[in-house]
Structures are given as C-alpha cells and as structure tokens.
Write a protein that binds this ligand. Structure first.
Ligand code: FPP
Length: 248
C-alpha cells in the first residue's frame, strides 16, 4: 500500500516507518564497553524513537528487535537480548498502554520460551483496543520465514479443498502474512551505515524508500528520525507507474 498521512507539528510524515536498529555492538566497542551496554542504550533509543515517531505524526513504527538469524550469536548475548525484551515489556507496557499505543508482534512464536510467548501475547491483548499509534515488534523475525509461513497457510487451504491453487495472487499471499492488516512501510531506515535489508520485510518493502543513516542505533533520536523523514520526502515515489507522489 502507498498511503501516507499528514503528520503532527505541521510536518508531513510517512504513515508507516520501519527501522533496522543496527550498530549497538559498534557503539559499545567504540567506547570500550561490553556489547550488552550497547543493547541497553539501544532500548533507550527505542523509547525516544517511539515518542518521536508519535510526535512527528507517524502512525505505525515497526522495529527489528531480534532476527531469526540472531540465534547464531553467542549464548550470553542471546540471553542479554532476551532479558532486555522481557524487561522492555514488563517495564514499558503500562506506559505504552497509557499512551494509547497498540503493540503488535510479527515473527515465529512457536519456538520461543513460553514466558516470552506469554509476554508478547499479554502486550498484544492489553493494547488491542488502542488506536493512537501502533508499535510493531519484529521478534524472532525473518522475512523469508514469514513468506514461507504464508505459503504454508495457503497450501493447507488448497489441501483442504478451500482454495484453488490458481486463485493464489500476490494480494492473497499478502493476506496470509503475519499481520496482514498493516500497510506496507513507506520508508525503511537502517542505522550504522550498513546498506542492506538483512531479511527484514522483504515482501512489504517492494515499494518502500530505503534510508541509510551513518549513526549507530544508540545515538538515534528525534532529530535523526526527523532528518531521515526529510530525506524520504525528497524522494519521488512512482510505484512502478508514471504518477509521481512526493512527500511534500
Ligand atoms: C543490532 O546491533 C541490534 C540488534 C541485534 C537488536 C536490536 C535490539 C535492541 C535495540 C535492544 C533490544 C530491544 C528490544 C525491544 C528487545 P548489533 O549488535 O548487530 O550491532 P553491531 O552490528 O555493531 O555489532
């Protein structure tokens, strides 16, 4: 989808922004600190960014918080990241709820610890009725895995005789992704200077603008988000056609 909405503060903002929060380890290494300190500061940057996104009139923020590939990191770092997620939900959920923020989760749940599954479910259940802003947490998420899950759901419908194979279209496949109601991201931001998608939202990114910013995630803040949006607004969006839709 290519919808955008006007923003707060008189600022015309994209409707859906997705972020690859990269560079926590490098931020820590540059300061002689353990990697976990980079992740802790990353959670603080996340809090600031949720607030900033809300202030800038963005409606949906999707964050890549743990990838399917992150399991290959050392056990101690995995423990730290899972611990930060637990603490984030336990400490911040009430605040998110008070601020009318809906939490949605994408990614594979089945192979997660039961307590994490419960926390993610609790965050979704508590905030289901909120309509001020949506925070989509991509956790244990990989885009190829998500597309494979959608294909599996379709295959089951075909096997059970509820769907004809030649009725499968891109639109139908999209309706079998993890959160099919969400519009595609207008812009995907990646911090730390790396310029790739790393298996994030590959289906949904078909027409997203990509903005790469050279700072590490713990240094990301309101000003950094605002300048990434200014960059997005400079782009022309054609969606494969001739009609130019700019951010202004
Ligand atoms: C990339 O930094 C970041 C991650 C692997 C995860 C992002 C996690 C957070 C911001 C904190 C956790 C937040 C929640 C809600 C769980 P990196 O370690 O790849 O950095 P590097 O590339 O410099 O090593």
């Amino acid at each position: 989808m290519q919808t955008r909405s006007g923003g707060g503060e008189g600022f015309d903002s994209p409707r859906h922004v997705a972020i690859i929060m990269d560079g926590n380890g490098r931020w820590a290494a540059a300061r002689g600190l353990p990697r976990v300190e980079g992740h802790r500061r990353g959670v603080e940057a996340l809090r600031k960014t949720v607030r900033a996104a809300n202030e800038l009139g963005i409606s949906i923020l999707t964050i890549f918080s743990f990838s399917s590939e992150n399991w290959s990191r050392p056990q101690s770092e995995i423990r730290d990241l899972l611990g930060l997620l637990r603490r984030f939900i336990r400490n911040d959920l009430v605040d998110l709820h008070k601020n009318n923020i809906r939490v949605r989760v994408i990614g594979e749940r089945d192979d997660l610890d039961p307590d994490i599954r419960r926390l993610l479910q609790e965050a979704e259940d508590l905030t289901r009725g909120n309509d001020g802003f949506t925070l989509v947490v991509a956790f244990n998420y990989g885009a190829r895995q998500e597309i494979a899950r959608a294909a599996r759901r379709l295959a089951i419908e075909v096997r059970e005789g509820r769907l004809a194979a030649d009725a499968i279209t891109p639109e139908l496949l999209a309706r079998h992704l993890d959160e099919p109601d969400l519009p595609d991201p207008d812009v995907i931001i990646r911090t730390s200077g790396e310029q790739r998608l790393s298996n994030f939202l590959l289906w949904q990114a078909a027409y997203s603008e990509l903005v790469f910013v050279p700072i590490n995630w713990p240094d990301f803040d309101h000003a950094a988000l605002e300048s990434a949006i200014v960059e997005y607004r400079r782009r022309e969006r054609r969606f494969g056609g001739l009609i130019v839709q700019t951010g202004s």
